[in-house]
Design a protein around this ligand. Sequence first.
Ligand SMILES: NC(=O)C1=CN([C@@H]2O[C@H](COP(=O)(O)OP(=O)(O)OC[C@H]3O[C@@H](n4cnc5c(N)ncnc54)[C@H](O)[C@@H]3O)[C@@H](O)[C@H]2O)C=CC1
Ligand SMILES: O=C([O-])CC(=O)C(=O)O
Length: 272
Amino acid sequence: MQAQTRPLRIGIAGLGAVGKKLAETLDAGMDGLVLSAVAVRDTAKAQATLGHLKQMPVLTDIAGLAELCDVVVECAPGALLPAIARPVLEQGKTVVVLSSGALLTNMDLIEVAKAHGGTISVPTGALLGLDAVCAAAEGEIQSVRMVTRKPVKGLLGAKYLVDNNIQIEGITEPVQIFKGSPREAAVGFAANLNVAVALSLAGIGPDRTTLEVWADPTVDKNTHNIEVVSDAALFSMQIQNIPTENPKTGRITAQSVIATLRKMRAPLRVGT
Ligand SMILES: NC(=O)C1=CN([C@@H]2O[C@H](COP(=O)(O)OP(=O)(O)OC[C@H]3O[C@@H](n4cnc5c(N)ncnc54)[C@H](O)[C@@H]3O)[C@@H](O)[C@H]2O)C=CC1
Ligand SMILES: O=C([O-])CC(=O)C(=O)O
């Protein structure tokens, strides 16, 4: 039998905290994967950002990615999700989605994927344990509860705070700012709570999963606590994410995507 030889061509949509780390890691060399193209708004700026790479990828716009890549990683503002994902899926290719919150208002993308043989992949991202949640969902899950604590600067500017006139600057004690479902959080905290939506898609959905969000001046990491009760297992998990230069995004997010991509071509694949 012949081994697969052609490397998977990876595209990146959005050259921010996640996209830059991804580009550097792919450029440093990953078995069976090659960085082909990056979609950017400002080519000159991107050339400067990526000037240290061994091999400059093609710099294009969002519409240009699908043709040039086998897999596109969406790491851009959630509002761009349909524009990034649709052409990739229409070509029967794979889109790795980080703005998972935006999937809830673009569920038609699943039909597009189905119709054309494409795949939408939602990595664990800044979270943990989605393998266990998916396994539990093969049986009966009674409840999934998530409590998120973030430093104030990881929440500033969120639509929910602005709409409800909630001031968190200068707080000296933890303040609960939201209690509800991931579906509601995806609207009010679009750039902060993709993780809650990913958790809900792995488990019991965006309406039955419960979520609390705290602005917490006593933590310096984005901290997520999750408790799952199911007929197969009860489990509790915590992750404390060290922020990147974007205080809303944990460092582990890009690494989760890198692990996802690596697995696409690995002869040994561990974890579901
Ligand atoms: N699922 C998860 O666990 C996590 C998801 N996220 C989400 O991942 C996404 C990326 O996160 P970061 O890299 O921290 O965001 P970022 O804000 O640092 O980067 C986004 C980039 O997209 C670029 N961009 C905006 N419009 C564009 C356009 N029309 N064409 C090309 N590029 C464009 C911006 O210039 C920026 O460089 C965000 O939506 C964030 O909410 C972040 C952390 C965890
Ligand atoms: O949910 C997100 O988008 C990001 C997040 O909480 C984290 O990095 O801890």
